[in-house]
Design a binder for this molecule. Structure first.
Ligand code: MF3
Ligand code: CO
Length: 254
């Protein structure tokens, strides 16, 4: 398990602040009638301005049909994760998840948020709020001396208690010099099991819940993860450092 020294965690802070700033700016900027590609272009401009680097653009793991074409994942409604920025126009009531990671000063941070455009509906609001609560609970459980299963169980319990679908195939991950490091951070698990959490561990914690069942499907592009039953999905993510003084959220937004 890769561990960072306290000075290295300090070095990650500008990347965390930058990622937080871009997500806040996208949330401000998002309007009905825009496309998800417009949002991607906005984020790209902020990356260039800051002298940062996208870790999504051109990323090509084996499952992708093509290298990743954007700097954001934009997943709308039943699209849960890894939605490709496209000409899809944002419509009233759309539930938009934006996942963004970037490198600044040689360090990567990764974060995501979900919000609804235009008319707010109770179903979507409850799903989004529950996903954020699960993220908060996962962060609170990221304590030195604890176990990875404490984080997973905290997330999973909140999702299950709310009656939401959870799929264990995608979860959080270590973050550092690159976007994906060990260890895996599952969204389901049992307290007291799994790796021991140590000071210096930096992980992306990222619950994603589905309003319906646990199943998902992958589009032909190899990227887009959709709920199998067409129900809404929401995703929330922060990059968190485990320290002797407790969890530090590197991607906290004001
Ligand atoms: N940031 C996502 C995660 O939380 C992964 C994005 S995949 C990419 O793991 F291709 F878009 F980069
Ligand atoms: Co992410």
């Amino acid at each position: 398990m890769p561990l960072k020294k306290p000075a290295e965690i300090q070095e990650m802070r500008p990347a965390g602040r930058f990622v937080a700033h871009v997500l806040s700016s996208l949330r401000e900027h998002a309007r009905l009638g825009m496309t998800t590609k417009d949002l991607d272009a906005h984020a790209h401009g902020l990356i260039d301005e800051a002298g940062a680097r996208s870790v999504y653009l051109g990323y090509h793991p084996s499952f992708g049909a093509m290298p990743y074409p954007g700097v954001l994942c934009t997943s709308v409604n039943d699209h849960a994760l890894h939605g490709l920025p496209s000409d899809r126009v944002l419509e009233d009531g759309d539930v938009l998840s934006i996942d963004f990671a970037a490198e600044l000063n040689g360090w990567v941070c990764d974060s995501a948020l979900t919000f609804q455009l235009g008319t707010q509906t109770p179903e979507a609001q409850r799903l989004i709020a529950t996903t954020e609560q699960a993220l908060d609970a996962g962060v609170a459980a990221a304590l030195a001396g604890g176990r990875m299963g404490d984080v997973s169980a905290a997330i999973g319990r909140i999702g299950r208690d709310a009656g939401y679908g959870i799929n264990g195939d995608f979860g959080g991950h270590g973050v550092g010099r690159t976007m994906h490091e060990d260890p895996h951070v599952p969204n389901l698990g049992r307290r007291g099991t799994g790796e021991r959490l140590k000071p210096g561990l930096v992980i992306a914690i990222e619950p994603w819940f589905m309003a319906g069942g646990d199943g998902y499907e992958v589009d032909d592009d190899g990227w887009t993860i959709r709920t199998a039953d067409g129900s809404l999905a929401a995703h929330a993510e922060h990059t968190v450092a485990v320290t002797r003084d407790g969890p530090v959220v590197l991607t906290a937004r004001d």
